[in-house]
Design a binder for this molecule. Sequence first.
Ligand SMILES: *Cc1c(COP(=O)(O)O)cnc(C)c1O
Length: 366
Amino acid sequence: MNRVYNFSAGPAVLPEEVLKQCAEEMMDYQGSGMSVMEMSHRGKVYDAIIKEAEKDLRELMGIPEDYAVLFLQGGASTQFAMIPMNLMKNRKAAYIVTGQWAKKAAAEASKYGEAVVVASSADKTFSYIPDCSDLDIPEDADYVYICENNTIYGTEFKELPNTKGHILVSDISSCFLSRPMDVTKYGLLYGGVQKNVGPAGVTIVIIRKDLIREDVLEGTPTMLTYKTHADAGSLYNTPPCWNIYVCGLVFKWLKKQGGLEVMAKKNQEKAKILYDFLDQSKLFKGTVEPKDRSLMNVPFVTGNDELDKQFVKEAEAEGLVSLKGHRSVGGMRASIYNAMPKEGVEKLVAFMKKFEEAHAEEANNA
Ligand SMILES: *Cc1c(COP(=O)(O)O)cnc(C)c1O
């Protein structure tokens, strides 16, 4: 077996301990004589798995009782529609556009009502987070929407926007469980789990219970109504059983690490190694405003497309894989989620140094 250091933005690296446990329990889950993949979602054994996963997530994030936790399908992208369908009572919401995912969410919402863009960083290719301390938010906006960590561009909100009393809705797909968050500051938080939590196929929605309503927009499908899933404990229909089970194992792993305070510290340490190197490098440059840098996704460039390509290729030969930047940005991107060990980041920086030395001439010309 030859495991690589996987810097993919998602699906992404999972803790080895968790993968081993999945393998061990694959044929016979805790004496049930079957795999979690094979068992009824209505049975006692599975009921314990999903309940325990929810309990552990609540503990990790400090989710209060007046919030529901929903395990849904359709990826984070389905939430782009589900959020307006369920929350756009006045058919108006405020969107802060800090990247492709927020832009897509706003475009989708505009099918159901008015998606007012109250701030954007499109003017500088989403390389910063706009000042959101005093935005012009329409009085009758049903919510204010953000994408809290911009996976593609590598920026992250360090401070939540001043919503002026409106509900805050946040896409936390790529910063989910990377640090503590005060759930009470939000009306709804959600994320596809394939970035920092588990295998693709689950979207976790954390929603304040008073926002779970029956009077959703006309024509909203049953499956796209939060109430359907909240009333059924995420078991209205067959959930992605095995994927939820793996998320549950990741929650246990995070608890064993010491919880989210400890993870935040580790993630800061890892990010610092990479950003400190970028700040003094003569060849590589970070692409975003330093104050808005993401803890999880670190884009960088050499300024020369050919050299970028060569770097990605040579890194791969060293077992440092999936470093190619998103197609809309180019260059490189290292995603350094919870399960990426510090050694992985150290190896990457060591290789970047080596590459820089080998290309000192190009660096001097740049
Ligand atoms: C990946 C990603 C999405 C899209 O997720 P899917 O599950 O593929 O729909 C949305 N938002 C953010 C921030 C992401 O990183």
